[in-house]
Design a protein around this ligand. Structure first.
Ligand code: ATP
Length: 140
């Protein structure tokens, strides 16, 4: 069965959306194989979002992602990577509210940065991101 890395970002955790998001995860048929609340620091965000480290928004992204704890989860389901991306909706929550009103980002995101949740964008990213939070174990 396929796995992906889901994360409730600091805006979602601090806004108390974690339980509602877990209900949506369960209702869509995912199994939460592992979960962990983590406070990321600047170095960790630099590793996790290395692909964005040269972007102009990166300093702001670091500030956001270190502003409070995140909830990282390993989700299991057939076609988990694509299914989770579909459930979270587009990156920009203001657009998600129009085009994907039932998506998680439409529910609890604010804009293109504070967008409440993350999902791996490929099998390769999923493997890297699961290892980042949980090591190369099945759960942790
Ligand atoms: P994620 O990787 O978190 O699931 P994504 O794949 O939809 O999001 P990316 O383009 O990979 O979006 O950007 C990673 C994260 O960086 C976004 O989720 C958002 O928090 C932030 N970000 C992306 N674009 C912008 C932007 N233009 N301005 C500010 N922050 C941004």
């Amino acid at each position: 069965v396929e796995r992906t890395l889901a994360m409730v970002k600091p805006d979602g955790v601090m806004g108390n959306y974690s339980e509602e998001i877990k209900k949506m995860i369960a209702a869509t048929g995912f199994v939460i194989a592992a979960e962990k609340v983590v406070q990321l620091d600047e170095a960790a965000v630099g590793i996790f979002y290395a692909e964005h480290s040269q972007r102009e928004f990166f300093p702001s992204l670091v500030k956001f992602m270190t502003s409070g704890p995140v909830l990282a989860m390993v989700l299991e389901k057939e076609n988990a990577v694509a299914q989770w991306r579909a459930l979270i909706g587009p990156t920009d929550a203001t657009k998600a509210r129009i085009s994907h009103p039932k998506s998680i980002r439409a529910m609890c995101g604010s804009d293109s940065q504070n967008n409440c949740v993350h999902g791996s964008d490929s099998h390769q990213s999923a493997a890297r991101e699961v290892a980042f939070f949980f090591g190369n174990h099945k759960s942790g």
